[in-house]
Write a protein that binds this ligand. Sequence first.
Ligand code: ADP
Length: 614
Amino acid sequence: MSKRSKEKDLKGVIPGITRILRKFSPYIRKERLLIIGSFFALLLETGLRLLEPWPLKYVFDYILIPAHNNTANTANHFGLSPIALLTLSAISIVVITGVGSMAAYLSTYGMSLAVIRVLSEVRGNLFNHLQSLSLSFHQKSKSGDLITRVTSDIEKMRTVTVKTALPLITNVLSLLGMLVIMFFLNWELALVAMTIFPILTLLTKNMISRIRKFAKQHRDSEGVLAATTGETIGAIKVVQVLSLQEMLHGIFSQQNQKSLDEAIESLRLSAALERIVQILMAIIIAIVLWRGSHVVLHKELSPGELLVFMTYLRNAFEPMRKLSNQVGQIAKATASGERVVELLDYEPNVRDNPSAKKAHPFFGTVRFENVSFGYDTGTEILQDVSFVVQPGQQVAVVGPSGSGKSTLLSLILRLYDPEAGRILIDGQDIREYTIDSLRQQISVVLQDSVLFAASVKENIAHGRLGATEKEVEKAARLANAHDFIMKLPQGYDTILSERGGTLSGGQRQRVAIARAAIRQAPIIILDEPTTGLDNASERTVNAALAKLTEGRTTFVISHDLRAVENADIILYIEGERVLEQGTHRELMRLGSRYATLYRMQTIITKGDTYALEA
Ligand code: ADP
């Protein structure tokens, strides 16, 4: 009876649990010895728990009641004197509990160890997986929500498995054991006791699924809250400058209230469920006591056996009462687990082809063949783009803003894959190289370089794994950064703040150039690296860039056409296409868009350098 009822209670969460177990099975398999060992300890614990009331039965039936009826001292059918039986019973109480506790200790410890090991491995892989997911995924997801999955969802699973699921297994097993023994003692009484389970199931089914629904909503809302907080802190400067505090507070309060309502509703339902179970149990105990006494009076059951029966029923009460709560908890943890699995199941859309090989050191020929790309299907950003760049050539990518210049360069890095056409490096489709080996041979300097909250040395060394201090310094010298780094309070060991605030814009760019230089990559991508710098900084950064890019295939995006007029190839992009390509002279001779833009810039610049920048 209890089995059926529990299956129904758990029915809602079983598909989720199965999915989680299937996903985690490789990790679980590694811990199988520990799990099997702990399970045996758990079985022993359950068996001993079932034995607990039996010494009492012997004391009652063979010592106390005969003594009460003055029929004591006649040898019982064990052939033991009453005092020997009493001593034996007393000792067995201690032994049963002692060994049972030891088994419980071993099973809890063993299972906890296994669970912690499995989940920390899952967490490590989840983190790795998260890093490997494509940019398009990260741009669509909320970082707060992702953080919740890596941290609190995993933690929830850990605590619930150790503190709830394991005791639940023990409870279910001992309930089953008690049931078998109860049937054995008196099937009629056992049937009476059993009536509670279908009633309980019917009454709680609806509630359990509602608890589960609210729990899932609550977890999702918590993710949204974390995301809003993360976004606000991330953009705190903009928030304060635009005085968005009030508006954001309004949004936050609403989300907070929603999360609160869901949490309260799920708590209320859990509490109501527990009380209902409690009352039902009291009724059933009363009925069994009433009916059981009749059975004993008809000599169909000994008083000691009724005692065991009642003890079982009372003992069943606690696990039964907890059961609903435990199922609620497990439902919550299953929701967490499903969020983790959902993330693990998310396949990066840019990933290594099965046939991909590690790239050889590139010479640096880059060829676009009829490449088309759009972030969302239906809206093309680039259409039918073709060009060839020879090793060591400097390519300038110019055109109005939003025309797709950064997009074009991100395709070389395989941050996205083209929808049509192909990109070749040294004659080979870049999808045939492993992503790591491709990206390792490309250095990037962006307009607003992101530095990590680590030392200057570490930031530069991020450019290449295993870079030595000497190499860091060499790269810094190349980037014209060595001198200012030496003037920092702790030199190369100075810790930069998260947003690189300890350095000026030009200095940050030079650290970023050093980071790019240490890679010694044959291909370099510069996305407006000097925009936003003052003239003096721009000059030092440009000097550093000239050293960085010497002899390497270089792509540079620039708004300032004069800065790139010496490029070997200029690609002019507008309206999704490369409209013009050639050298500065060729494009000027062509006298079309590039030439017009160039003339406009030079005329304006003569008057006011700022007009164009603005
Ligand atoms: P440019 O570098 O020439 O200024 P971009 O390549 O940055 O242009 O952007 C080209 C177009 O693609 C713009 O319309 C921009 O809004 C859009 N875009 C850029 N990045 C994304 C993205 N991650 N998701 C969707 N659209 C994007």
